[in-house]
Every structure is written in structure tokens, then in C-alpha cells.
Design a protein around this ligand. Structure first.
Ligand SMILES: Cc1cc2nc3c(=O)[nH]c(=O)nc-3n(C[C@H](O)[C@H](O)[C@H](O)COP(=O)(O)O)c2cc1C
Length: 260
């Protein structure tokens, strides 16, 4: 995986021994900073600290794991744990998803970003913009669960929260996976297949939902794929194709479309 510099690097070039990673001084935006142990609230200064750690590129892929407001977000903790076994993980959650996520249960080394962080980290012109920095940071993005609402917004190009701003700015030479989760009535609604076709054309990969008894008691298709399946699908894709190349899709989103 080639090294990438994600931030403009004001100041003097770092000193480094041949073959070893460069060392940046305190306060330098490219200085590596150890991730905090607990989820934290960000200030304009701390966003640079936590995001300014992207040189040199780590050996583990950087996965941006995002949750939207499906009841399947109760499995987000499990997803975070399995991905963090093989990847460097940062998390993003929509406002609605926070009804289903127990933030205190997430692994302590994973930073969870929300819409509030977008604005608490930006104070003035010249400050870094969180959704752009996360888009640059990530090698892969995985949205699990993907709600009907966020699916529709992505298909329509809307960007009114942190998650959809990242997707709207996404570089489609990097993989983006979605694992939809919704009630069968929503899944079978004609909008779903239209939106899936649109995101397929964008280059987004689908981890299809499954048929089972849903949280609401109904039986049918629309439940999020098991976390282990999402994890192994993305992991396999990473093994099959080197990251940050113009990658072909692993599972085209047009597959397994809902009946309409
Ligand atoms: C209890 C409850 C469960 C819900 N479950 C789902 C779901 O499984 N899938 C879905 O697409 N929407 C579900 N919704 C609706 C979404 O939360 C709603 O559309 C919300 O606006 C999604 O916001 P987001 O896409 O920004 O996360 C549920 C709503 C409630 C109140």
C-alpha cells in the first residue's frame, strides 16, 4: 500500500533515518498521535490531533464504519469489534442510529464521530473539515446498517449530515460497501430497487439483506446481513484486490434487488 499524505504539511520537513518513518515534532499536523482510550468530544484543536496521524500509512487498512438509523444498529458494536481485529477503524453514526447504539459499549480504541463533531471541530476558515478529512483518511467505507432514508439520500446525492457528506465526497476508486436493513415493506417498495440501481452505477457494493423474523415481528427480507458475513465480505475484498486502485466491485449493488 503506498504512502499518502492527506494533509497539507506546513512547516519544515521531518527528520528521519533512512528506511524509518519520519518523526514530526509536537504540534506538527502530521504527528502521529495515539488514539484516546475513550470516546471523546472534539474541539477545533483536537481534530487536527486525531486526524493528523496519517503519515506514514499503517500496515492495517483504514476502515470507516458507519451506522444509520435502522434497528440493526444494535449490532454496530459487534461490527466494530470484528473489524478492529484486522483493520484500523473509525466510526460514524447518524443521529437516528444513536437510538440503537450504546456508545459506552464500543471498543475503547474506536473514535465515534457524530454530526455534532462536524461543527464542534470547525471554527474558522482554514480549519479542517471533518467529513473531508475522514474521506481522505479511509481506505474503505462500510455503511452497516444502511437505512432506507440514507440509501435514498445517497442515491439522490443529498448530504445533510456527517455520513452523507462523506459519501458525497467519496473517491470511488476506494471500496464503499453498504449493508441495508429495513422492514420487508420498505425493502419491497419500488424506491429501493431504483436507489440500489443508482448506487450500483456509482460503484457502491452491496452486502445483501437476509430473510428472517424481523425486530418488529414481521417475517421477510430486509434484515441486515450477519456482522460476520459483512466482516468477511469486506475482508475478502481487501485480500482480493489491492486497496486504492481502481477496483471493480465485489458484489454489484444491482444484485439481489428487491421484488418490485
Ligand atoms: C424503532 C424504529 C426502528 C426503525 N428501524 C428502521 C430500520 O430497520 N430500517 C430503516 O430503514 N429505517 C428504520 N427506522 C426509520 C429511521 O430511523 C428513519 O427513517 C430515520 O430518519 C433514519 O435516519 P438516518 O438515515 O439519518 O439514520 C426506524 C425507526 C424507528 C422509530
Amino acid at each position: 500500500m503506498k504512502n499518502k499524505t492527506y494533509l497539507s504539511a506546513p512547516g519544515a520537513a521531518p527528520s528521519s533515518a533512512a528506511g524509518s518513518p519520519p518523526e514530526y515534532g509536537a504540534g506538527h499536523p502530521l504527528r502521529r498521535v495515539r488514539a484516546p482510550l475513550l470516546p471523546r468530544i472534539f474541539t477545533a484543536d483536537s481534530v487536527q490531533e486525531t486526524l493528523g496521524l496519517d503519515f506514514p500509512h499503517p500496515s492495517k487498512p483504514r476502515v470507516l464504519l458507519a451506522a444509520s438509523g435502522s434497528v440493526a444498529a444494535i449490532k454496530f458494536e459487534s461490527l466494530c469489534r470484528s473489524f478492529s481485529e484486522w483493520a484500523e477503524v473509525r466510526a460514524v453514526a447518524t443521529k437516528a442510529s444513536l437510538h440503537f447504539i450504546d456508545r459506552t459499549s464500543l471498543p475503547s480504541n474506536i473514535i465515534l464521530y457524530t454530526d455534532d463533531d462536524e461543527w464542534s471541530t470547525w471554527k474558522k476558515i482554514g480549519d479542517e473539515v471533518l467529513h473531508i478529512e475522514l474521506r481522505k483518511w479511509a481506505d474503505i467505507m462500510v455503511i452497516a446498517p444502511l437505512s432506507a432514508n440514507t440509501l435514498a439520500k445517497i442515491a439522490g446525492g443529498l448530504c445533510d449530515n456527517l455520513l452523507t457528506c462523506i459519501v458525497r465526497a467519496w473517491d470511488y476508486s476506494k471500496p464503499l460497501f453498504v449493508a441495508p436493513a429495513m422492514n420487508t415493506f420498505m425493502w419491497n417498495n419500488p424506491f429501493t430497487s431504483r436507489h440500489l440501481e443508482t448506487i450500483n452505477l456509482l460503484g457502491i457494493s452491496l452486502v445483501p439483506p437476509i430473510t428472517k423474523r424481523l425486530a418488529c415481528g414481521d417475517y421477510g427480507n430486509g434484515a441486515m446481513a450477519e456482522p460476520s458475513v459483512i466482516d468477511s465480505t469486506v475482508r475478502l475484498a481487501c485480500k482480493r484486490q489491492p486497496l486504492n486502485t481502481n477496483s471493480s466491485l465485489v458484489i454489484p449493488a444491482g444484485r439481489n434487488l428487491p421484488s418490485s
